[in-house]
Design a protein around this ligand. Structure first.
Ligand code: PRX
Length: 652
């Protein structure tokens, strides 16, 4: 904790909104001030007005916020709506023939889908879901490639009130099985495979493995034909997507659900070995998705918006599957890897589809920056007008490169701080109104009561580090952890008398009220903008039959932000030389199988024991220092076995 809170980054440059951008922006400085004033004057009323104006309600609500059962806050409780209606049907008259999705496959195939076409496909698939026994409240796992059908599946679930849970296609069959069981899913929607980095990701095979033990509630598996390679289909359980929709009507009356009806679950890492099923609502989630697309991305009718996130992450939910569609935007979806066939792919897509707003992760920016300026300079990026980042702090060097080489100093950069749990942007600039400081996510959005506080919950002085908290409920906040409400309370409301939402990040606020995120305060790693619990990786390692004990920590990494370092104690002899190399490979492959390739440790070190205090606590701070090759300043005299430090440092 103190380690995170101490570190302070110094960056003094300020970039004002470019005049040309500001003139056309949806939110001017005056409008921003008016929004802030309105939120300040009447927090619940502010959100209520936005929800009334921006969402089509089948039954209007009269209650904006119900705080009677805090921290189980409920928004717009007596209203009824449907998210899919708001994303599709309501645009048909005004922009039915407008392109909703521009899809590009990794192999270069493209598809343009209008709002009318998307509506028809969603309705057909919604009817297919019903035909296969899925109804309101049933859980559906979506384990798919980044193709339009992933969005269609999510929208179709929303249309019939089914609760989807998307599992990132890079997760292993074991991770998929855990989520299927935890969610009690009735159906899995998958594909024969996905194209990624020139290879095929075997999604169907992983699904079969996940379902192989029979201890689950899945009745049907719908399989999209994407790659066309042979996959096994199980009689009575598996259905091809095309067969499922064949003969289905292209109209489907939406299921009108309560504002609080769960829209989806999304699993994310915490500080225990078990991922948490973050449960989001319908009405509250939708309003924050809509207003952040307007305020932060400034999406206008003629924009082409591209968020590069996979639908397996929250970013791909809010800024691919729901937000942009709810405001009738045109958006790009890309199936594959950023460097396939070369490091120009993102820039080529921006050029070919005339992308105007581009949103990606710092890790991708750093990786592409490494390849040099010639690559982006060989594409026409002149249509870009706004850039964005998400997932981790962006280092000023990468920020400046993004600004100069991609944005040609013309495009503001919105650095957006938020989380799976918050549902939508929380701290971020409004690009026509907020000055930018490289590395800062700037200021809380109107209606978001973010603060930096000490252990007692008092605001800390300017530039002092502390806990990042949200002091008032907001509509798109998580509602609970699926099946584990106590964990919801313990994780997010453990301090400050349960009054403030604890984000789990440390931060500081500078003299201008700008926020600088310093990192996690718990045992959660941020690897390439993705959250991974150290305990998750440790549990995977100790599940290997040759491993007795393991501890996992993060090491600073220039591209990934953090790299995973594992300290492993094997049963029997400590492996050395070739045996150690073989064991490292075996364990890396093992973790990839247990969780997914993103969780593979970058560095594995063996010792006879872990450094522990005499009371048996693993000295994690010491391990972090070892992993980062830092000088060891800690008192190691309490160590049970001092030799292990040298072994872990690779000196013995
Ligand atoms: O530590 C913060 C970091 O990512 C965490 C949330 O991760 P996840 O739920 O996977 O969602 C990522 C996409 C929204 C946060 O607790 N984080 C996210 N955005 C930023 C960030 N850190 C610094 N700056 C950001 N813009």
């Amino acid at each position: 904790m103190s380690k995170n809170i101490d570190s302070i980054l110094q960056e003094n440059r300020v970039f004002e909104p470019p005049a040309e951008f500001a003139q056309k922006a949806r939110v001017t400085p005056d409008k921003l001030q008016a929004l802030r004033d309105a939120a300040e004057a009447d927090h619940a009323g502010f959100w209520g007005d936005l929800a009334r104006n921006e969402i089509d309600w089948q039954t209007p609500f009269t209650v904006s916020l119900d705080e009677s059962n805090a921290p189980h806050y409920r928004w717009f409780t007596d209203g009824k709506l449907n998210v899919s209606w708001n994303c599709l049907d309501r645009h048909l008259e005004t922009r039915g023939d407008k392109t909703a999705l521009i899809f590009e496959g990794e192999q270069g195939d493209t598809r343009h889908i209008t709002y009318r076409e998307l509506h028809a496909e969603v309705c057909q698939f919604a009817n297919a879901l019903k035909d296969n026994g899925v109804g309101k409240g049933d859980r559906v796992i979506i384990y798919m490639p980044m193709t339009p059908e992933a969005v269609i599946a999510m929208q179709a679930c929303a249309r019939i009130g089914a609760i989807h849970s998307v599992v990132f296609g890079g997760f292993s069959s074991q991770a998929l099985a855990d989520r299927i069981k935890d969610a009690g899913a009735k159906m899995v929607i998958t594909a024969d495979g996905a194209h990624r980095g020139g290879k095929i990701v075997e999604l169907k095979q992983a699904t079969d493995e996940a379902l192989s033990d029979g201890e689950h509630s899945v009745e049907k598996v719908i399989v999209l034909r994407r790659t066309g390679h042979d996959v096994a289909m199980r009689d009575g359980r598996d259905i091809w997507w095309d067969d499922a929709v064949s003969g289905m009507a292209d109209q489907c009356e939406p299921e009108w659900v309560d504002a609080e009806h769960p829209l989806f679950l999304l699993y994310t890492s915490g500080s225990t070995g078990k991922p948490k099923g973050i449960q989001h609502s319908t009405g509250g989630y939708l309003i924050n998705a809509i207003v952040t697309c307007q305020w932060v991305f400034d999406i206008q009718d003629d924009d082409v918006f591209w968020c590069t996130a996979d639908v397996g992450w929250i970013t791909g939910h809010t800024y691919v599957a729901f937000g942009p569609l709810a405001i009738g935007a045109t958006e790009v979806m890309y199936e594959g890897a950023p460097t396939w066939p070369d490091g120009g792919r993102f820039w080529k897509i921006c050029q070919d589809h005339a992308v105007t707003i581009f949103y990606t992760a710092p890790t991708a920016i750093r990786a592409l920056m490494r390849l040099g300026d010639d690559i982006p300079n060989s594409y026409d990026l002149s249509k870009l007008r706004l850039l964005g980042t998400v997932g981790e702090p962006i280092n000023p060097e990468a920020w400046i490169w993004y600004h100069e080489v991609i944005g040609k100093e013309r495009c503001p950069i919105v650095d957006t701080w938020w989380q799976t749990e918050t549902g939508a942007h929380m701290i971020a600039p409004l690009p026509g109104a907020t000055p930018l400081k490289p590395g800062s996510c700037t200021q809380p959005l109107p209606g978001i009561a973010a603060d930096v506080v000490d252990e007692q919950g008092n605001s800390v002085p300017d530039n002092a580090g502390g806990y990042l908290v949200i002091k008032k409920p907001w509509p798109s906040m998580l509602r609970t952890i699926w099946g584990d409400d106590q964990r919801y309370i313990d994780t997010y409301w453990p301090m400050f008398d349960g009054k403030y939402y604890l984000a789990g990040d440390s931060a500081r606020r500078d003299e201008d009220g700008f926020f600088w995120i310093m990192g996690r305060i718990d045992d959660v790693l941020n690897v390439s903008g993705h959250r991974l619990g150290t305990m998750e990786v440790e549990s995977a390692l100790v599940a290997h039959d040759k491993v007795a004990e393991a501890a996992v920590v993060g090491r600073k990494d220039d591209i990934k932000g953090e790299a995973i370092v594992a300290f492993v104690i094997c049963k029997g002899e400590r492996p050395v030389g070739d045996a150690a190399d073989a064991m490292i490979k075996e364990l890396r492959d093992w973790v990839a199988r247990e969780i997914g390739p993103i969780a593979k440790p970058d560095d594995i070190r063996f010792a006879d024991g872990l450094p522990k205090t005499r009371s048996g606590k693993i000295m994690r701070r010491l391990l972090r220092a070892i992993a980062n090759n830092e000088e060891i300043t800690q008192d190691t005299s309490t160590l049970e076995n001092e030799a292990v430090v040298e072994q872990l440092q690779g000196k013995a």
